[in-house]
Design a protein around this ligand. Structure first.
Ligand code: CP
Length: 307
């Protein structure tokens, strides 16, 4: 197979295991390119890509932009904070105005779940979801699984615990779909108030004790407490969260095995993850960021071939 089964990347739920494997093979090739002295290839010359971000981002936005530039695409960036959205312009009007400038692909982050799906039904360009509210963040899940494969050889058969604010996390849902498609066992762990009520129906194990989750897993993917999405109090204080659900070195020292620690970023240091773990030899957090560029190059390159 040399082509994806879809012309948009809206979520991991919608793509096949073969799509994921093709993205990984392509990303592996691009990773080699990124380690050469000349890191640029002409693959997307004459393709124009708009990065449309209605929510804050550091990693996703920068790595999409770098991936696009490494592929020789023309790039335009839109940030809602400095745009006419502030004057009341709608999503579809904003995007149609950008598309009338002859844009081929749109990378979009938006706080409303389903917004890239809505867009894909209304415009001709290829759409890539760079995070839609609490729903999906497909390229994050792809780079996470790619990083596990790189570190442990394979994803199939591995035990992955996703720890933290599962309720508000698009990374959790995309990771669950991606890891399961690749044959991993998945556990979610956190305070009962931050676990969706019917999460077990997705086929994941549910654990409330972080030490037990760490004992079970090969990989712990620790997620950020998303205070900006929490309209009510889900736990008494950050100090108490850190005390009961934060991951620290003492907890890892109690394990009689190797463990891989991941975090999608940005980290709340001292809350969900202590610096003595985030910066330890167990952590592959910066490898995740590095792999993000190769994964996003692969997604852009492959989608550009599906019209
Ligand atoms: N992991 C992630 O999506 O980070 P940003 O919000 O900085 O893009």
């Amino acid at each position: 197979m040399s082509q994806l089964s879809t012309r948009h990347l809206l979520g991991i739920k919608d793509i096949t295991t073969e799509d994921i494997q093709l993205i990984f093979e392509t990303a592996q090739n691009f990773k080699e390119v990124l380690n050469r002295p000349i890191k640029k290839v002409p693959s997307l010359r004459d393709i124009t890509i708009a990065n449309i971000f209605f929510e804050n981002s550091t990693r996703t936005r920068l790595s999409f932009e770098l991936a696009e530039k490494r592929l020789s695409a023309d790039v335009i960036n839109f940030s809602s904070a400095s745009s006419s959205v502030k004057k009341g312009e709608t999503l579809i009007d904003t995007v149609n105005n950008i598309l009338s400038m002859k844009v081929d692909m749109v990378v979009m982050r938006h706080s409303s779940p389903g917004s890239p799906h809505f867009l894909s039904k209304n415009i001709k360009a290829n759409i890539i979801n760079a995070g839609d509210g609490t729903h999906e963040h497909p390229t994050q899940a792809l780079l996470d699984a790619f990083s596990i494969r790189e570190k442990l050889g394979d994803v199939a058969g591995k035990k992955v615990a996703i720890i933290g604010d599962i309720l508000h996390s698009r990374v959790a849902l995309s990771n669950i779909f991606c890891l399961q498609k690749l044959g991993a066992e998945v556990m979610v762990c956190g305070p009962i108030t931050l676990l969706p009520k019917h999460i077990a129906s997705l086929g994941v194990k549910v654990e409330y004790d972080v030490q037990k989750a760490l004992e079970w897993c090969d990989v712990a993917n620790v997620l950020r407490i998303q205070l900006e999405r929490q309209q009510i109090k889900y736990f008494p204080s950050l100090r108490e969260y850190s005390l009961y659900f934060g991951v620290n070195k003492k907890m890892l020292d109690r394990l009689d095995k190797e463990i891989v620690i991941m975090h999608p970023g940005p980290i709340n240091r001292g809350v969900e993850l202590n610096s003595d773990v985030a910066d330890s030899e167990h952590s592959i957090i910066l490898n995740q960021v590095e792999n993000g560029v190769a994964i996003r190059m692969a997604v852009l390159y492959l989608l550009a071939g599906v019209k």
